[in-house]
Design a protein around this ligand. Structure first.
Ligand code: CU
Length: 471
């Protein structure tokens, strides 16, 4: 027994010593085939305490896939989807890399792995015609999270079509243990049609040169990682995101709404920064973000260049199941009316310039459109849809269509308290806008002419009558 313990201790000391003193020329032990995964999954952590020969087999295919609902694109892929397969090796491993180009491809392709020390990152060594395969080896000398991409001319076009992915070179001794790891990769697409334009879209070289993408997405398409496909974890777990950015042009301001990164290995290197809100991920670069989930809910991954998130697709969801911790985050505790000026309705001072009177209904609608944009759209929304629980809709509004005098009164004098509009109760405050009779007539005529309302024309005379009656 004592002897066994001694041997065990000696072995442990030996392996610790080996890890600490391991040099790049440490002898390779054995051979294995790399596990490759599609986003958002990553291969399992490496537990080996020695370098080995790792075989990586990657196949390039050109495939038509979904970019957004109703929108398709011909993606050029490393492994059948965008981003390319996640590759995980260990520092000092010898990577035996085979690139296969499917016979149905129209183009030759190659691969430049940023984890490679050597000319072109392997690009020239792997230049592969359709229906061919090429092979080379490299030594994974530097630990870190590295982007790989195609580097066949025209390089920009190959990258723009989806040819990129991540390779992690784990340091000797591995990364600290976490509960969940995910693969999140940002990139942008330049399509012949505008964002959302239906059908199979082509690549626009012109937009790519201008660096004005139609789509900025995580993991290859709009909504790839939301709804049923959200990445999932549980309160109390620790999460590690392997974040890459393929560009081809844009730098990402990577942020998770409602979380703070406890650690960020900036630019995918081996040093970490702590307590980070947003980390910059360069085109052709990466970051490793780690955080503990202290409470439950949906956390939205975005590029905080925010129009990209809410208008071009750069948005993904991390769904964290509970139970939540109310001491960390209570959720909304109350929502009551706030009246800083006291109980009386506020008056918004108005420009007193007299507008020329509208001569007919068309002129009235045209004038009313501008008044609507300036006075009403901020709350009732540009398309008249309102805001749930705050501002009632003006589109298809039973409240408006039932009683034109009441509508005029509301615009002249404002409105406070509960109203029922199209089956929903609203309890908010509309200020009195200080519009003159002509303006009130015009804006109401505009609203009645829009969004399936009943088309009523309101005249300044009607407005004057209501105004006089109230006085
Ligand atoms: Cu290519």
């Amino acid at each position: 027994m004592k002897q066994k313990l001694l041997i065990l201790t000696a072995l442990m000391l030996h392996s610790a010593f080996a890890a600490a003193s391991e040099t790049p020329d440490a002898p390779l032990k054995g051979e294995e085939v790399a596990v490759l995964t599609d986003a958002p999954l990553v291969p399992p952590p490496i537990t080996r305490d020695h370098p080995t020969k790792v075989k990586v087999d990657l196949e390039v295919t050109e495939v038509v896939k979904r970019m957004a609902d109703g929108v398709d694109y011909t993606f050029w892929t490393f492994g059948g989807s965008v981003p390319g397969k996640f590759i995980r090796v260990r520092q000092n491993d010898e990577v035996d890399f085979t690139l296969k180009n499917h016979p149905t491809s129209k183009m030759p392709h190659n691969i430049d792995l940023h984890a490679v020390t050597g000319p072109g990152g392997g690009a020239k060594a792997t230049f592969t015609a359709p229906g061919h395969q090429t092979n080379f080896t490299f030594k994974a000398l530097n630990p870190g999270l590295y982007v790989y991409h195609c580097a066949t001319a025209p390089v920009g076009m190959h990258i723009a079509n989806g040819m990129y992915g991540l390779i992690l070179v784990e340091p000797i001794g591995g990364l600290p243990k976490v509960d969940k790891e995910f693969y999140v990769f940002q990139s942008e697409f330049y399509t012949t049609g505008k964002y959302g334009e239906a059908g199979l879209q082509g690549f626009s070289m012109e937009k790519a040169l201008q660096e004005i993408p139609d789509y900025v997405v995580f993991n290859g398409s709009v909504g790839s990682t939301s709804g049923e496909n959200s990445i999932k974890a549980t309160k109390g777990e620790t999460v590690r995101l392997f974040v890459g950015n393929g560009g081809p042009n844009l730098v990402s301001s990577f942020h998770v709404i409602g979380e703070i990164f406890d650690r960020v290995y900036t630019e995918g290197g081996t040093k970490y920064q702590e307590n980070v809100q947003t980390t910059l991920v360069p085109a052709g670069g990466s970051a490793i973000c780690e955080f503990k989930l202290e409470t439950d809910g949906d956390y939205i991954l975005v590029d905080h260049s925010i129009f990209r998130a809410f208008n071009k697709g750069a948005l993904a969801i991390l769904n964290v199941s509970g139970p939540g911790d109310l001491a960390v985050f209570s959720g909304q505790k109350s929502d009551t009316v706030y009246l800083p000026e006291g109980g009386a309705l506020q008056t918004i001072p108005q420009d007193t310039r007299a507008e020329p009177a509208a001569k007919n209904k068309e002129e009235r609608i045209a004038a009313g459109k501008a008044i609507y944009a300036a006075n009403c759209a901020a709350c009732h929304m540009p398309e008249g849809n309102g805001v749930p629980k705050a501002f009632p809709p003006l589109a298809k509004s039973d409240f408006l269509n039932a009683d034109v005098d009441r509508a005029i009164n509301t615009v002249i004098h404002g409105l406070e308290g509960k109203v029922m509009v199209s089956g929903e109760t609203y309890d908010s405050v509309m200020p009195t806008l200080g519009l003159n009779d002509e303006a009130v007539a015009n804006v109401l005529t505009f609203v009645y002419s829009q969004w399936e309302n009943n088309g009523t024309e309101v005249t300044p005379e009607q407005v004057a009558k209501i105004r006089a009656a109230k006085k």
